[in-house]
Design a protein around this ligand. Structure first.
Ligand SMILES: Nc1ncnc2c1ncn2[C@@H]1O[C@H](COP(=O)(O)OP(=O)(O)O)[C@@H](O)[C@H]1O
Ligand SMILES: [Mg+2]
Length: 150
Protein backbone atom coordinates (compact mmCIF):
# COMPACT_ATOMS: atom_id res chain seq x y z
CA UNK A 1 0.00 0.00 0.00
CA UNK A 2 1.46 3.36 -0.92
CA UNK A 3 1.20 6.45 1.26
CA UNK A 4 1.24 10.05 0.13
CA UNK A 5 4.46 11.82 1.05
CA UNK A 6 4.42 13.77 4.32
CA UNK A 7 5.08 17.01 2.45
CA UNK A 8 4.29 17.14 -1.24
CA UNK A 9 7.31 17.35 -3.50
CA UNK A 10 7.98 20.95 -4.53
CA UNK A 11 5.70 21.96 -1.71
CA UNK A 12 5.03 25.50 -2.87
CA UNK A 13 3.50 24.04 -6.01
CA UNK A 14 2.69 20.57 -4.73
CA UNK A 15 -0.86 19.81 -3.81
CA UNK A 16 -2.32 16.72 -2.23
CA UNK A 17 -5.98 16.04 -2.96
CA UNK A 18 -7.34 14.22 0.09
CA UNK A 19 -10.50 12.49 1.13
CA UNK A 20 -11.33 13.01 4.81
CA UNK A 21 -9.73 9.71 5.79
CA UNK A 22 -6.61 10.49 3.75
CA UNK A 23 -6.34 13.89 5.41
CA UNK A 24 -6.67 12.23 8.81
CA UNK A 25 -4.01 9.70 7.90
CA UNK A 26 -1.66 12.45 6.71
CA UNK A 27 -2.22 14.38 9.94
CA UNK A 28 -1.63 11.33 12.11
CA UNK A 29 1.65 10.60 10.36
CA UNK A 30 2.68 14.23 10.66
CA UNK A 31 1.88 14.15 14.38
CA UNK A 32 3.93 11.00 14.87
CA UNK A 33 7.07 12.62 13.52
CA UNK A 34 6.50 16.14 14.84
CA UNK A 35 8.86 17.23 17.57
CA UNK A 36 8.60 20.21 19.89
CA UNK A 37 9.18 23.06 19.83
CA UNK A 38 7.08 23.36 16.68
CA UNK A 39 4.52 25.86 15.46
CA UNK A 40 2.11 24.71 12.76
CA UNK A 41 -0.33 27.13 11.15
CA UNK A 42 -3.41 25.90 9.31
CA UNK A 43 -5.23 28.33 7.09
CA UNK A 44 -8.35 27.76 5.03
CA UNK A 45 -11.95 28.87 5.03
CA UNK A 46 -14.69 27.60 7.35
CA UNK A 47 -15.28 23.92 6.78
CA UNK A 48 -11.95 23.42 5.01
CA UNK A 49 -10.97 20.72 7.49
CA UNK A 50 -8.59 22.61 9.78
CA UNK A 51 -9.96 21.19 13.03
CA UNK A 52 -10.24 17.74 11.46
CA UNK A 53 -6.54 17.96 10.64
CA UNK A 54 -5.61 19.22 14.12
CA UNK A 55 -7.45 16.26 15.66
CA UNK A 56 -5.41 13.88 13.52
CA UNK A 57 -2.11 15.60 14.27
CA UNK A 58 -2.89 15.43 18.00
CA UNK A 59 -3.77 11.76 17.75
CA UNK A 60 -0.44 11.05 16.06
CA UNK A 61 1.39 13.12 18.65
CA UNK A 62 -0.12 10.99 21.40
CA UNK A 63 -2.93 13.15 22.79
CA UNK A 64 -5.48 10.76 24.25
CA UNK A 65 -8.13 13.31 25.25
CA UNK A 66 -10.86 14.37 22.84
CA UNK A 67 -9.67 17.35 20.83
CA UNK A 68 -12.47 19.86 20.28
CA UNK A 69 -12.57 23.19 18.51
CA UNK A 70 -11.43 26.05 20.77
CA UNK A 71 -13.72 28.48 18.97
CA UNK A 72 -14.89 30.18 22.17
CA UNK A 73 -11.97 29.53 24.53
CA UNK A 74 -9.51 30.48 21.74
CA UNK A 75 -6.96 28.04 23.13
CA UNK A 76 -7.03 24.48 24.44
CA UNK A 77 -4.08 22.75 26.04
CA UNK A 78 -3.48 19.00 25.97
CA UNK A 79 -0.87 16.77 27.52
CA UNK A 80 1.10 14.44 25.28
CA UNK A 81 4.10 12.19 25.93
CA UNK A 82 6.68 14.47 24.32
CA UNK A 83 5.35 17.93 25.20
CA UNK A 84 2.15 19.86 25.80
CA UNK A 85 0.02 20.75 22.79
CA UNK A 86 -1.67 24.12 22.37
CA UNK A 87 -4.49 24.34 19.83
CA UNK A 88 -5.61 27.87 19.00
CA UNK A 89 -8.51 29.05 16.85
CA UNK A 90 -8.14 32.78 16.22
CA UNK A 91 -11.27 33.20 14.11
CA UNK A 92 -12.90 35.39 16.73
CA UNK A 93 -10.11 37.81 17.50
CA UNK A 94 -10.42 41.28 16.01
CA UNK A 95 -6.80 42.33 16.17
CA UNK A 96 -3.44 40.64 16.87
CA UNK A 97 -3.00 42.47 20.19
CA UNK A 98 -5.83 40.33 21.66
CA UNK A 99 -3.39 37.42 21.62
CA UNK A 100 -1.69 38.92 24.63
CA UNK A 101 -4.75 38.09 26.74
CA UNK A 102 -4.51 34.39 26.00
CA UNK A 103 -0.83 34.17 26.88
CA UNK A 104 0.54 34.07 23.35
CA UNK A 105 4.02 35.25 24.36
CA UNK A 106 4.39 32.28 26.67
CA UNK A 107 2.70 29.79 24.37
CA UNK A 108 4.72 30.74 21.31
CA UNK A 109 8.03 30.42 23.11
CA UNK A 110 7.29 27.32 25.19
CA UNK A 111 8.55 23.82 24.56
CA UNK A 112 5.35 22.65 22.93
CA UNK A 113 3.57 21.69 19.76
CA UNK A 114 1.50 24.75 18.91
CA UNK A 115 -1.18 24.50 16.21
CA UNK A 116 -2.98 27.65 15.07
CA UNK A 117 -6.17 27.88 13.01
CA UNK A 118 -6.80 31.28 11.37
CA UNK A 119 -3.14 32.39 11.68
CA UNK A 120 -3.92 35.41 9.45
CA UNK A 121 -5.60 36.97 12.48
CA UNK A 122 -2.29 37.02 14.36
CA UNK A 123 -0.53 39.04 11.66
CA UNK A 124 3.09 39.71 12.48
CA UNK A 125 2.83 37.83 15.78
CA UNK A 126 3.35 34.49 14.02
CA UNK A 127 7.11 33.95 14.26
CA UNK A 128 9.16 32.93 11.25
CA UNK A 129 10.20 29.31 11.00
CA UNK A 130 6.81 27.70 11.45
CA UNK A 131 5.25 25.02 9.25
CA UNK A 132 2.47 26.59 7.17
CA UNK A 133 -0.36 24.36 6.00
CA UNK A 134 -3.19 25.51 3.80
CA UNK A 135 -6.41 23.61 3.13
CA UNK A 136 -8.70 24.41 0.25
CA UNK A 137 -11.96 23.01 -1.00
CA UNK A 138 -11.60 21.00 -4.18
CA UNK A 139 -13.39 22.76 -7.03
CA UNK A 140 -14.70 19.49 -8.42
CA UNK A 141 -15.19 17.05 -5.52
CA UNK A 142 -17.16 18.31 -2.49
CA UNK A 143 -15.64 15.63 -0.24
CA UNK A 144 -12.05 16.28 -1.13
CA UNK A 145 -9.71 18.95 0.14
CA UNK A 146 -6.45 20.17 -1.31
CA UNK A 147 -3.59 20.26 1.18
CA UNK A 148 -0.60 22.49 0.68
CA UNK A 149 2.23 22.13 3.18
CA UNK A 150 5.64 23.62 3.59
N1 LIG B 1 -11.63 15.67 2.52
C1 LIG B 1 -12.06 16.23 3.66
N2 LIG B 1 -11.19 16.66 4.58
C2 LIG B 1 -11.62 17.25 5.73
N3 LIG B 1 -12.92 17.45 6.04
C3 LIG B 1 -13.82 17.04 5.17
C4 LIG B 1 -13.45 16.42 3.95
N4 LIG B 1 -14.56 16.14 3.26
C5 LIG B 1 -15.58 16.54 4.02
N5 LIG B 1 -15.16 17.07 5.17
C6 LIG B 1 -16.02 17.64 6.22
O1 LIG B 1 -15.78 19.03 6.28
C7 LIG B 1 -15.91 19.47 7.63
C8 LIG B 1 -14.62 20.14 8.07
O2 LIG B 1 -14.86 20.71 9.35
P1 LIG B 1 -13.70 21.30 10.26
O3 LIG B 1 -12.55 20.34 10.33
O4 LIG B 1 -14.33 21.72 11.53
O5 LIG B 1 -13.25 22.58 9.39
P2 LIG B 1 -12.61 23.97 9.85
O6 LIG B 1 -11.94 23.75 11.16
O7 LIG B 1 -11.66 24.28 8.73
O8 LIG B 1 -13.73 24.96 9.90
C9 LIG B 1 -16.23 18.26 8.48
O9 LIG B 1 -17.62 18.21 8.67
C10 LIG B 1 -15.77 17.10 7.62
O10 LIG B 1 -16.52 15.94 7.85
MG1 LIG C 1 -11.94 24.81 13.00
Amino acid sequence: MSHPPIVPPLASHGRLACSESELAEWGTRFGRVASAPLLVTISGELGAGKTTLVQAICRGYGVTEDVTSPTFALVHRYDAPRSPVYHLDLYRIQRPSELVNIGWDEISTSYALVIVEWPERAGELIPAGHVPIDLEHDQVHPDRRVLLAG
